[in-house]
Design a protein around this ligand. Structure first.
Ligand SMILES: [Zn+2]
Length: 405
């Protein structure tokens, strides 16, 4: 029996911080992309080392209203789950020394923002630790943007979020941050991988992002949070180089990599810097780009590849199995372009790759049943990459199934 699936976006912004729109008015857009849930992760900024909450954006005193707005933005088909993206306000030299990074904090059920020790923190890392001590789960946001993962012990990190920007998708499985993830897993830390659009406007930015797909989980906020943190999930992504270009927006040097690559993505607050968009209402521009995105495709759930099944001796992603010499493994998928490889990674190494001679190799709907020697391994996870004409790429990345001796 394939596991039931809920599709979602784990990183979104509204006008509580620097997003273009209100929380409730964005729900129809996310729903039209096929998202069953989204985490609302507006910026919550603390000032360190002064130990005061910063005045900018989402504030501790806003929490009740924020959570109520998320409830009001929830429909029978789409759950909006309140969380925060923690940032910090600090003197420039301190920021330079500590490095810039954001973490997402998922509150425990029924709780609000963390207490006194959080605000009294003398460093950003200490603030995150105070939130952890208060029961919050910590996911390092967009790890590909140079998050200093080594600043935390593996035990403190509950999850890693891969950046969503479709223009940075390629190559996915060779990203340094995935190697770091494998190192954490290999040293025994159970850290899940999730993704989010970091969308500040509900057009191609949010629509074309990686999806986090949770498995066998009820349609309920605490259960979905638990599933994301436990890694009872996989990531799905589709990428086509023409999507952004089709909007007609000019390519600009990508600020994320210091201009090494070009990006068509323009946040709404920079519209005024783009001659083409100058003088236009940001909402009108976003609405037009949303409509084009729906025409172009690769924003709807049906445009994404699906990991229909991934089982290691019956356990799904985030589960646990006993080590053995011949552990049965089953993978099944649906893609829109032919898979180039399907492989299993264990303890940071490629364990097994689907042979090119296999009858399902390169099939848009494929099943691969095999056995693997998992003795001495800590985990096994699945990687699938598919590619078509015009550099269209699809990616499926399963969270690990853990192995116990
Ligand atoms: Zn963000």
């Amino acid at each position: 029996m394939p596991a039931t699936q809920l599709w979602g976006d784990c990183h979104t912004h509204s006008h509580y911080s620097d997003g273009l729109m209100g929380i409730a008015e964005q729900t129809p857009y996310y729903r039209s992309f096929g998202d069953d849930f989204r985490f609302q992760t507006d910026h919550f900024i603390i000032a360190v080392p002064d130990g005061k909450p910063a005045t900018k954006w989402l504030h501790a005193s806003d929490w009740e209203r924020y959570a109520a707005d998320c409830r009001a933005a929830t429909t029978r088909e789409h759950l909006c789950i309140p969380a925060v993206e923690l940032g910090w306000q600090a003197p420039a030299e301190l920021k330079k020394k500590e490095g810039w990074f954001d973490t997402k904090l998922y509150p425990p059920a029924g709780q609000d923002v963390p207490g006194e020790s959080f605000y009294a923190a003398k460093s950003y890392v200490d603030a995150v630790r105070a939130a952890k001590a208060a029961g919050f789960r910590m996911v390092i946001a967009h790890i590909d943007q140079g998050a200093p993962l080594e600043r935390f012990s593996g035990a403190e990190i509950d999850g890693l979020e891969v950046r969503s920007d479709i223009e940075e998708l390629r190559p996915f499985f060779t990203r340094a941050t995935l190697k770091h993830w494998d190192r954490m897993l290999t040293t025994g830390h159970r850290v899940s991988l999730s993704s989010g659009s970091d969308g500040h406007q509900p057009d191609l930015w949010a629509g074309s992002a990686f999806r986090t797909v949770v498995l066998d989980t009820p349609f309920e906020a605490a259960a979905i949070t638990d599933a994301v943190i436990a890694g009872r999930s996989y990531l799905s992504s589709t990428w086509h180089p023409d999507s952004f270009a089709a909007l007609g927006w000019p390519a600009r040097p990508n600020p994320v990599d210091g201009g090494a690559s070009m990006s068509h993505m323009v946040p709404w607050w920079e519209f005024k810097q783009i001659p083409l968009l100058q003088g236009r209402d940001p909402r009108a521009v976003v609405e037009e780009s949303y409509r084009k995105a729906m025409e172009i495709g690769r924003v709807r759930r049906e445009d994404y590849p699906v990991l229909e099944d991934f089982r290691v001796a019956g356990a799904i992603c985030g589960g646990c199995v006993k080590a053995g010499a011949k552990v049965p493994i089953r993978a099944a998928w649906k893609t829109h372009v032919p898979p180039r490889f399907v492989r299993l990674v264990a303890d940071g190494q490629s364990l097994l790759e689907m042979p090119t001679s296999h009858p399902a190799f390169g099939k848009l709907e494929g099943v691969w049943e095999t056995e693997a020697d998992l003795r001495g391994k800590r985990y096994v996870r699945l990687e699938l990459e598919a590619a078509g004409e015009a550099s269209q790429v699809e990616v499926l990345a399963g969270n690990p199934v853990y192995v116990e001796a």
